[in-house]
Design a protein around this ligand. Structure first.
Ligand SMILES: Cc1ncc(COP(=O)(O)O)c(C=O)c1O
Length: 411
């Protein structure tokens, strides 16, 4: 039996506890969706006002130079590189994760002449699979997508495999791949490896250099707290940078954008993956979120993520047994990403009832309730409160109310 005193002791001994006050969290809300849209850092508000009033308002176009807006993709990329174990010049910030996937899939397939298969898993995040299909169509249909179970990926590698694209932490289940292991197997078969780190960066330890990764992408608006629709990042290992081309060769990826040449010449390094003008307000918000993360010790973040997940699973096991909840993904104590998911036939309505009671998670069709665990601003008492509210909803069947069955556009 886990007591309130046990949980209070966990909070009292939490080395990350001071970070919570650095976020502008609404009173009374238990926020378990920071894996989908991270919370607002307090510093972001002041920084946005400074960018608006001073840099845009006063500096006007001069701020591309005087406030160094022009270097923001490289500068913010270099900061993200520290969170994912990459060298500063191997990461840049541009576009959305979807667009970056397209650029890297096409670029990688063009490096792999004579190989035709892109390997991924069924149930990968949909945009990853859709962008593989888009890339195949763009390249004239001579490639094909093979979807195989995560357990059998290495058995399906062959001398026809051009690229393996996997999401390191599964968006629904929190299943976690061994990055070095899969990357090594893919490369031994002559394939290139592209990792989607959207649910990994800022949540689990990452070392792309040690894993000898080829390519990676990830979202800025989840654990990195970059704000709704924040730009995404992409990583290209230094050894590939001179050999891969972006299919979207825009002027910001040109070797000399302000020479205004008629012909395209790619920038020598990762800057060739920029396309158009960077969104400066969003870049500034992402930079504030990343700066805050860089103050934290990633080993403490990872340890707290595991402890929050263990507590969540233990409390649900103890207090919600017999109501038909089924843990999805890794078992208690197994390696996992930083969210916990439960399946229930009434998952959508239960989540709506939770949200109505100010406990915010999300729902992933057809039946998965997902709870994001963000170590920088969640307390162990928040987990206990969320499970208490969940138990009350299940026990009283509050979720049968018609208003909880109305489907919203975003779930
Ligand atoms: C694993 C994964 N990849 C990609 C995306 C989509 O990113 P974007 O909408 O920035 O293109 C998401 C969004 O949730 C995701 O979870």
């Amino acid at each position: 039996m886990i007591s309130a005193a046990d949980i209070a002791a966990l909070d009292a001994n939490d080395p990350l506890a001071p970070f919570r006050s650095r976020f502008a969290l609404p009173d009374g809300v238990t926020y378990l969706d920071g894996n989908s849209l991270g919370a607002l850092p307090v510093a972001t508000v002041d920084r946005q006002m400074a960018v608006l009033r001073d840099e845009w308002g006063q500096g006007l176009i001069r701020s591309w130079n005087s406030a160094d807006w022009i270097s923001s993709p490289a500068r913010v990329g270099a900061k993200i590189a520290r969170l994912i174990g990459a060298a500063p010049h191997e990461v840049t910030v541009a576009d959305s994760t979807s667009v970056n996937l397209f650029k890297l899939i096409v670029g990688a397939l063009q490096m792999q002449r004579g190989r035709h298969v892109v390997l991924s898993e069924p149930g990968n995040f949909p945009t990853d699979l859709y962008l593989i299909e888009s890339a195949i169509r763009t390249l004239g249909g001579k490639h094909r997508l093979e979807l195989v179970s995560r357990e059998s990926i290495t058995q399906h590698l062959s001398d026809d495999t051009a690229l393996v694209l996997l999401t390191h932490v599964h968006y629904k289940t929190a299943d976690l791949y061994d990055m070095a292991d899969i990357t090594g197997a893919a490369q031994r078969a002559g394939a290139l490896m592209l990792w989607d780190l959207s649910h990994s960066a800022g949540a689990v330890p990452l070392d792309l250099t040690e894993a000898h990764a080829d390519f990676a992408v990830g979202c800025g608006y989840k654990f990195l707290n970059g704000g709704p629709g924040a730009p995404a990042y992409l990583y290209v290992a230094e050894r590939h940078q001179a050999h891969i081309q972006s299919p979207l060769g825009g002027w910001m990826g040109h070797a000399r954008p302000f020479a205004f040449d008629d012909g395209y010449e790619p920038a020598p390094g990762i800057a060739r993956f920029l396309c158009g003008t960077p969104p400066i307000l969003s870049m500034a918000a992402l930079e504030s979120g990343v700066d805050l993360f860089l103050e934290a010790d990633m080993s403490q973040v990872a340890a707290k993520s595991r402890a929050l997940a263990t507590l969540f699973i233990d409390l649900v096991t103890e207090r919600c047994a017999g109501y038909g909840l089924e843990l999805v993904g890794p078992e208690r104590g197994a390696p996992r990403g930083s969210h916990v998911s439960f399946r229930h036939p009434e998952g959508y309505a239960i989540m709506q009832a939770l949200i109505a009671r100010q406990v915010i998670g999300d729902f992933r069709a057809p039946d998965v309730m997902r709870f994001g665990l963000t170590p920088l601003y969640l307390r162990y008492t928040d987990i206990a409160h969320a499970v208490d509210v969940l138990e009350e909803i299940l026990r009283t069947r509050a979720y049968i109310a018609p208003e909880f069955h109305v489907r919203h556009a975003v779930t």
